[in-house]
Design a binder for this molecule. Structure first.
Ligand code: ZN
Length: 147
């Protein structure tokens, strides 16, 4: 019998799991914020309307190992064209987040960019719990409103 493939390190698995739930949270949050409907929303950069399935969670700063990766104020629902083909469509992205949070957001994200975050099992598990809860709350509140 063939030996089983070596298991991926737990951190990677947890990080992927967290990304899945974090990304869903971001997209639902922004759909509800922009259209009051969890099934569609506007792209943070080009401002076009998309169904949630066509939206991605796009970072303003795309660091993979720093504090911006799972930072809510640096990640927003974005269409594939802006996120992937226009590399974030950053100029329009800036306008939108300044409107949302004020100018201080730029320094806030810049500071995060320099902070290396060590993703421990505990950190990732806590965040998975947090965003599972927050996503459920968004949807529960929505259902309550449209009842
Ligand atoms: Zn777009």
């Amino acid at each position: 019998m063939k030996k089983k493939k070596k298991k991926k390190p737990k951190i990677t698995t947890l990080k992927n799991k967290l990304w899945k739930i974090f990304s869903l949270y971001i997209r639902i949050r922004d759909c509800i914020r922009t259209t009051d409907n969890p099934e569609r929303g506007y792209c943070i950069s080009c401002g076009k309307l998309y169904p949630i399935k066509k939206l991605q969670a796009g970072h303003f700063m795309a660091g993979r190992h720093n504090s911006n990766l799972f930072y809510e104020r640096g990640c927003h629902a974005q269409c594939v064209k802006c996120n992937v083909f226009l590399a974030g469509n950053i100029l329009d992205y800036i306008d939108s987040i300044i409107k949302l949070y004020g100018k201080k957001i730029i320094n806030e994200l810049r500071k995060n960019e320099t902070k290396r975050l060590k993703f421990t099992v505990k950190y990732l598990e806590d965040k998975i719990k947090l965003y599972t809860r927050k996503t459920k709350k968004l949807l529960d509140d929505y259902k309550e409103r449209v009842k």
